[in-house]
Design a protein around this ligand. Structure first.
Ligand code: HEC
Length: 130
C-alpha cells in the first residue's frame, strides 16, 4: 500500500499529464482549424482601412515609401504582419515601423492569416522586369 503522499503524487502526475495533453491538443487544433478565409480578410481590410495608405485594392499606395501589397504571397504577408506585432519586443525578428505596428496590434493570428489570403488573392501590378 502506498503512503498517502505517494498516492497524491501519483494522482497529481496523472492530472498534470492530462492538462498538458489537453493544452497541446487545443493548440494544434486551434492552428489546424483556421483555414485562411480571404473573404473575411477583405472585411478586415475594409474595417481597418488598410487602403487609406496602401491604396485602392492595396495596389496604389499613397506614397512611394508605402509598399504595394496586392498579389504578394500570403506566407510572406502573414509573417510581415507578425513581425510588426512583435515590434521592438523581439529585436531579432520584429519590424520596428511605428505606423504598421499600430495597425496590427488588435489583430489575432487568424485575422492576419485572413488578411494575408485576401492580399494574395488581389491582382497586383507589380511586374518582374526581364
Ligand atoms: C497609416 C498608413 C498605413 C495603414 C492604415 C496600413 N499600412 Fe501597412 N504599411 C504602411 C507603411 C508605411 C509600411 C512600410 C513600413 C516599413 O517600412 O516597414 C507598411 C507595410 C505593410 C506591410 C509589409 C509589406 C512588405 O512588403 O514587407 C504589410 C503586409 C502591410 N503594411 C499590411 C497592411 C494591412 C493588412 C493593413 C490594414 C490592417 C495596413 N497595412 C494598414 C502604412 C500603412
Amino acid at each position: 500500500m502506498k503512503k498517502p503522499h505517494q498516492a497524491l503524487h501519483t494522482v497529481l502526475k496523472a492530472a498534470c499529464a492530462t492538462v498538458a495533453t489537453v493544452a497541446f491538443t487545443g493548440l494544434v487544433a486551434a492552428n489546424a482549424a483556421h483555414a485562411a478565409d480571404a473573404s473575411n480578410g477583405k472585411v478586415l481590410a475594409d474595417a481597418h482601412n488598410c487602403a487609406a495608405c496602401h491604396g485602392p485594392n492595396l495596389n496604389k499606395p499613397v506614397s512611394p515609401d508605402y509598399p504595394k501589397l496586392a498579389g504578394q504571397h500570403a506566407d510572406y504577408v502573414y509573417w510581415a504582419l507578425r513581425q510588426y506585432q512583435m515590434g521592438t519586443s523581439n529585436p531579432h525578428l520584429g519590424r520596428n515601423n511605428p505606423i504598421m505596428q499600430a495597425q496590427v496590434q488588435s489583430l489575432s493570428q487568424g485575422d492576419m492569416k485572413d488578411l494575408a489570403a485576401y492580399i494574395q488573392s488581389l491582382d497586383g501590378d507589380l511586374v518582374q522586369k526581364k
